[in-house]
Ligand binder design. Structure first.
Ligand SMILES: [Zn+2]
Length: 80
């Protein structure tokens, strides 16, 4: 298994977050934070709601900085 899964609490709920080191699968994903491509070969973050209701379809691949800045991009996000 690649990377460790941790739980993060955010304004919009709890998320399971996995840090991926990058692999040679050749895939690419769309980062929800900046709408740019996330190559699977680059280290990045995979996040999905901790309630698991959405299943695998809810998994999103983020650039690590975009995930960290996510609460700043969400209009309804709150500053603690
Ligand atoms: Zn991004």
């Amino acid at each position: 298994m690649q990377g460790m899964v941790r739980t993060e609490s955010h304004a919009d709920g709890d998320w399971l977050v996995r840090t991926v080191r990058g692999n040679d699968s050749g895939k690419a994903y769309r980062c929800p934070g900046c709408q740019q491509e996330v190559p699977a070969s680059a280290p990045h973050v995979v996040a999905w709601p901790a309630d698991g209701l959405g299943g695998l379809a809810e998994r999103r691949h983020w650039h690590t900085p975009c995930w960290r800045a996510r609460h700043r991009r969400t209009p309804r996000g709150s500053w603690k």
